[in-house]
Design a protein around this ligand. Structure first.
Ligand code: SIN
Ligand code: MN
Length: 294
């Protein structure tokens, strides 16, 4: 899937592109059906909400779940990102965020690239976030919120919040958020929320400021978030465990367009559990040439 000139201009201006209903109900169902069993696992890669058993984030399912491994190679998702970044991509992070009915907690205002730079030493912002809805996203179940154009400001000041939710995040303070929203149009479009059916996809810039409220509705809001990084821009440090920040910089090879409906064979290197190496961390900076040659 190639992007038009006007889509490229829109992405440059606003920092995101929305594709409502990009994946069919049959394609989406293949993924949705796999989620309850993945969430039921008592594994480190399932991060639960504070004080609750509901899963907030499941990490790295593309390495141990067949349908998600096929999604990670989908040309309808990889194609436009490769088009925008102009280079082969690898998977930096893969999450299935729960935001479960009544239980799903907030994601405070943040930029993803801030974390990738601070924690993982990713050299530049040449990485993209992709959100794929596995449930309908409505005003009631904690939709993602963006501040359009905020990606143009580069990395903003952030503080490491270890308390608000069960997952640590580099968050932006309320005063700065107020200014950014005003700059983007205040009450007239200073915050936007793409809403749509299950199967919709959003591409958003790694510096776009975003957040989401809690889900007090009786409707789950399960979404997949993939973070794709240009291969030459791979991370230079393994401070975080491997199931959160990946270390395999091999370019993603796409499957055919019907890969969510046909049982194409894919490798599942972690299907028998996390290897011990995936839990090892280091503050040492890795040499780019050594790593790429490996
Ligand atoms: C994220 O920013 O990584 C998650 C946001 C959300 O699930 O609403
Ligand atoms: Mn984020």
């Amino acid at each position: 899937m190639k992007l038009s000139q006007s889509q490229r201009e829109q992405f440059d201006r606003e920092g995101y592109l929305f594709f409502p209903g990009l994946f069919s109900a049959d394609e989406t169902r293949t993924l949705t059906h796999a989620v309850p069993e993945l969430y039921s696992r008592r594994e480190a890669y399932n991060v639960r909400e504070k004080g609750s058993d509901a899963v907030r984030t499941n990490f790295a399912a593309h390495l141990y779940s067949d349908p998600f491994a096929r999604l990670a190679r989908h040309p309808r998702m990889i194609g436009p990102v490769q088009d925008l970044l102009g280079e082969p991509l690898y998977m930096h992070q893969f999450k299935i965020n729960g935001k479960m009915a009544f239980e799903g907690d907030v994601w405070q205002w943040h930029q993803d690239y801030g974390t990738w730079l601070n924690d993982d030493l990713m050299p530049t912002e040449r990485a993209m976030n992709v959100a794929i809805f596995l449930d309908d996203v409505t005003p009631f179940n904690g939709p993602l919120m963006f501040i359009p154009g905020s990606h143009k400001l580069g990395v903003l000041d952030a503080g490491h919040d270890l308390n608000t939710t069960s997952y640590p995040l580099w968050t932006i303070n309320n005063e700065l958020i107020g200014k950014l929203v005003e700059r983007a149009g205040g009450k007239q479009g200073g915050i936007v929320s793409p809403l749509g059916p299950a199967g919709s996809m959003i591409l958003f810039h790694s510096c776009l400021v975003h957040a989401s409220g809690s889900n007090l509705s009786p409707f789950n809001r399960v979404s997949v978030y993939l973070s794709l990084c240009a291969v030459s821009n791979h991370i230079r440090r393994h401070k975080r465990v491997e199931y959160i920040a990946h270390r395999d910089f091999t370019p993603i090879a796409c499957l055919p367009d019907d890969c969510l409906l046909q049982p194409y064979r894919v490798e599942l290197p972690w299907k028998n559990g996390l290897p011990a190496s995936a839990l090892q961390t280091s503050l040492a900076e890795i040499s780019p040439s050594l790593k790429l040659a490996a």
